[in-house]
Design a protein around this ligand. Structure first.
Ligand code: KG4
Ligand code: ZN
Length: 342
């Protein structure tokens, strides 16, 4: 089954072609980062308009890259949530309309299910059950995954998502939006021991995390430390390193607890923040220590992409799911409301 996937939940227009037998055939991405960088964050109306502008040329390109035509498609999948309403609407309507015109089935996909299953795009996919740490700009969740659509949330952030905390701290240090990757690069030149920041929630049982206090601690330290003026460059790098070390410690410790609680040694790390090298290395070490293995998507598929949406679309369409003629977007949509694939 050949499925075209559209991802438009936020600020990337991602399209891909996934074949149930042959795997991923092609994927293309247009990032709106430059468009929003001017404003220091995503401007929803600009995001929707840009998705509308890109969808048709990118559809042509992804088909051409795979040597396929519209007539070869067996179905179309598009992200319907969670995300920005206008951005979701652009991709969902385009995908639904294309399916209708071709008389092919279509399916609205959960963006976080896309992230969660994205390691299945790689040559050695994770076996079920596994623990998944989902870390993106909008979500931070620990999920027990028993199969496709069999998701049990074990813990989550009670305030900021990890990516959001990265981006806000990056902004504080004068880095362009979205600053997670830039902050991580800056941290490589810093010394985390020079700026010790709190590790929130580690003293409490359970698997919830909180990052807003850590962000406030970073802001206070930035404002009050005299090195900010006397030794500005090295101080910024040390603060970046101290911040990254605190977030990685919290995520690794809570992941350890989730793996122990569920007695599962297979780990998946997905979502934009899973591109973080220090986090990946620490979680790989954790899974090895437990006699298991950590699975991460390739870097290009950590952040938003069309491949993960085409993959979920192919899995669920092949199982007989499809949308009716209406399009319902779900800007807020808990992952555990999804139905298992038989
Ligand atoms: O999954 P994603 O592309 O979009 C959402 O679904 O939210 O995640 C984007 C987030 C942003 O907050 C970005 O700063 C963060 O992922 N990110 C990183 C890194 N690369 C992307 N955070 C830390 N280290 C990185 N290397
Ligand atoms: Zn995402």
């Amino acid at each position: 089954m050949l499925v075209l996937g559209f991802e438009t939940s936020c600020d990337e227009t991602g399209l891909a072609l996934y074949d149930s037998e042959r795997g991923l055939l092609a994927d293309v991405l247009h990032s709106q980062v430059d468009l929003h960088a001017l404003y220091g964050g995503v401007v929803p109306e600009l995001a929707s308009r840009d998705h509308v502008r890109r969808l048709v040329p990118l559809t042509r390109r992804v088909l051409a890259n795979a040597g396929k035509g519209l007539a070869d498609l067996d179905g179309v999948a598009y992200t319907v949530g969670p995300g920005l309403a206008g951005a979701l609407m652009s991709g969902a309507l385009a995908g639904r309309a294309l399916g209708w015109a071709l008389a092919k089935p279509t399916l609205g996909v959960h963006h976080m299910e896309g992230h969660l299953l994205s390691p299945m795009l790689e040559s050695s996919p994770p076996p079920f059950p596994f623990i998944c740490l989902l870390v993106s700009g909008g979500h931070t969740e620990f999920v027990r995954v028993a199969g496709i659509g069999r998701y049990q949330r074990l813990g989550r952030t009670i305030d900021d998502a990890a990516g959001e905390a990265f981006d806000k701290t990056a902004k504080l240090l004068g880095l362009a939006y979205p600053g997670g990757a830039a902050l991580s690069r800056l941290a490589e030149t810093g010394d985390a021991t020079q700026v010790r920041l709190p590790r929130p929630m580690l003293d409490r049982p359970g698997l919830d995390v909180s990052f807003s206090g850590l962000k406030t601690a970073a802001i206070t330290r930035f404002r009050d430390d005299p090195r900010r003026t006397t030794d500005a460059e090295r101080f910024a790098a040390d603060l970046a390193a101290g911040f990254e070390a605190a977030i990685v410690d919290v995520l690794v410790e809570k992941t350890r607890r989730a793996m122990d609680q569920e007695a599962i040694a297979t780990l998946v790390v997905a979502g934009g923040v899973s591109a973080n090298r220090r986090l990946r290395a620490a979680l790989e070490a954790l899974a090895n220590e437990r006699g298991g293995r950590a699975y991460c998507p390739r870097l290009a598929f950590c952040t938003d992409n069309g491949a993960m949406i085409a993959l979920v679309g192919a899995l669920r369409l092949a199982a007989g799911e499809s949308d009716d003629l209406g399009v319902t977007i779900r800007p807020r949509w808990p992952l555990d409301e999804l139905l298992p694939v038989a």
